[in-house]
Design a protein around this ligand. Structure first.
Ligand code: NAI
Length: 480
């Protein structure tokens, strides 16, 4: 249950609406509901105290409540300032059977439209358990919760937080400020907290990238499961999820007809593939920009024009970054774009588009049209429409991926939490992926709902292929 005042959401009175949407979502999340049926009695997560940092949406509400059904206690923050659905956050606080007067659910610290200060405060609240109890698991998306713990430990070991440098981003300055105040209050908080953590399960490409970097540099403090690279995560959520939610975000933000326009997708990985397909589905002429020759060739063979941004920056209508890289669209690019070109990012962080550089220019003014839609007008008269201030537009301008695809991702998250929490000894410090039989299990849990009927190998066929009759069916190096 939620202790008095131990949560912060926009408006608890939205809980009833949130609950109705959560119930609709549950039907569309067969993987999570099957895990509730399988593990609701044995409760393998009993004793787990999970701090979550992941977009606080309706689908995430179903994940949170699944973790609770499996025995866990949970605290939550969103992993983006714009991605919270306030009715979902309220419903999770109130709990399935609760009422606004007596919250009975999970402490959530998230609302749509947080400032950066508020965002990191929320992350700290999700990581800070009351009564001196520590968390023992992190469930992360993009790695901000993991980063805060690691930076806290690093600075406690050093005995001080470094001064903010001129090259530090506004956001990193906020993190440094938070940790400075934290160290003044209690110089051992993060070290104590990290000591109790059995591990982290990480949702997305960018967060996974950070984990491998930390492991390579020897600074990773606890084991991690890379949920993103479960096949039933990245080849589904990143691709089919973005295929759904990219145009949803563009439509809600601008209502501009996509058909006939030239749309540029930067990055043709899993996310870019889904984005390009959705734009083509609307009748856009899609151009792909890639740095990896394999992905560039894939885009060409899929029928897209492959060009550099330079080639099309002055003529295209819609620009979408999906790279996980930084400065992919610079402020100079935006200065050269066509009048009312739409610029949006669907990668994890806002630095794919040089928003800081745009804001620093002397020849441009920002006019807010509505939440998460800004027109940046240049002195020469042309303007660009920037979605969600350069943050992931499918969650900022729309409601992110739909339930069914998130059921795949979150079934992997739930299984990863069970693995790390119950088999801690089998996962040394490092970054691990789930075994393939669990990946196949997640897929299996979603076939019935789509009326898909799976064929089965005969014993002889299985022997011929050299695989077990019940799977796993592919070697680990198979790429799907
Ligand atoms: P990926 O690694 O499969 O694809 C990224 C692609 O961008 C790669 O093919 C890479 O070669 C290319 N790239 C990198 N720098 C580039 C540059 N400067 N110009 C052109 N291309 C460049 O990664 P994935 O899974 O597609 O994820 C991309 C980003 O989207 C990550 O930040 C990830 O965390 C995020 N993500 C966002 C989701 C959402 O709902 N908004 C869902 C899933 C992932």
């Amino acid at each position: 249950t939620v202790a008095d005042g131990d949560y912060k959401v926009a408006d608890l009175s939205l809980a009833e609406f949130g609950r109705k949407e959560i119930r609709l979502a549950e039907h569309e999340m067969p993987g999570l509901m099957a895990l509730r049926r399988e593990f609701g009695q044995s409760r393998p997560l009993a004793g787990a105290r999970i701090s979550g940092s992941l977009h606080m949406t309706v689908q995430t509400a179903v994940l949170i409540e699944t973790l609770v059904v499996l025995g866990a206690r949970v605290r939550w923050a969103s992993c983006n300032i714009f991605s919270t659905q306030d009715h979902a956050a309220a419903a999770v606080v109130v709990g399935p059977e609760g009422s606004p007067q007596a919250p009975a659910g999970v402490p959530v610290f998230a609302w749509k439209g947080e400032s950066l200060e508020e965002y990191w405060w929320c992350t700290e609240q999700a990581l800070t358990w009351p009564d001196g109890e520590g968390l023992n698991m992190i469930l992360d998306d993009g790695g901000d919760a993991t980063l805060l713990v690691h930076k806290g430990v690093e600075f406690e070991r050093a005995g001080a937080v470094p001064a903010t440098g001129a090259a530090d981003s506004e956001e990193y300055a906020v993190v440094l400020g938070l940790l400075r105040r934290s160290l003044e209050r209690d110089g051992g908080k993060w070290t104590r907290l990290a000591g109790g953590i059995r591990g982290v399960t990480e949702e997305t490409t960018t967060g996974v990238h950070r984990l491998y970097e930390m492991h390579r540099s020897g600074s990773l403090l606890f084991p991690a499961i890379n949920v993103n690279d479960a096949v039933t995560k990245s080849k589904f959520d990143n691709k089919y999820g973005c295929r759904h939610s990219l145009i949803d975000g563009i439509n809600r933000a601008t209502d501009v007809l996509i058909g006939g326009k030239v749309a540029v997708v930067l990055g043709y990985g899993d996310v870019g593939k889904g984005c390009a397909e959705s734009l083509r589905g609307q009748g856009a002429r899609v151009v792909v920009a890639e740095i990896d020759p394999i992905c560039a060739l894939q885009a060409a063979m899929d029928g897209y024009q492959v060009a550099t941004l330079e080639d099309v920056v002055e003529t295209a209508d819609i620009f979408i970054t999906a790279t996980g890289c930084f400065d992919v669209i610079t402020n100079e690019h935006m200065a050269r774009m066509k009048h009312q070109a739409i610029v949006g990012n669907i990668g994890h962080f806002d630095n794919e588009i040089d928003m800081a550089g745009l804001a620093r220019r002397g020849d441009v003014t920002r006019e807010n049209v509505k939440p998460q839609v800004d027109v940046w007008r240049f002195d020469d008269g042309h303007a660009v429409i920037v979605l969600s201030e350069g943050r992931l537009l499918n969650l900022g301008n729309a409601t992110g991926h739909p339930s069914f695809v998130m059921s795949n991702s979150f079934a992997n998250q739930t299984i990863a939490q069970i693995e790390l929490f119950t088999k801690t000894d089998e996962y040394p410090t490092g970054v691990h992926v789930l075994p393939k039989h669990l990946d196949e299990k997640v897929a299996r849990l979603h076939l019935d709902a789509l009326g898909a009927r799976l064929s089965t190998l005969t014993a002889e066929q299985a022997a011929y292929l050299g695989v077990p009759q019940e799977g796993p069916f592919k070697p680990d190096h198979y790429r799907y």
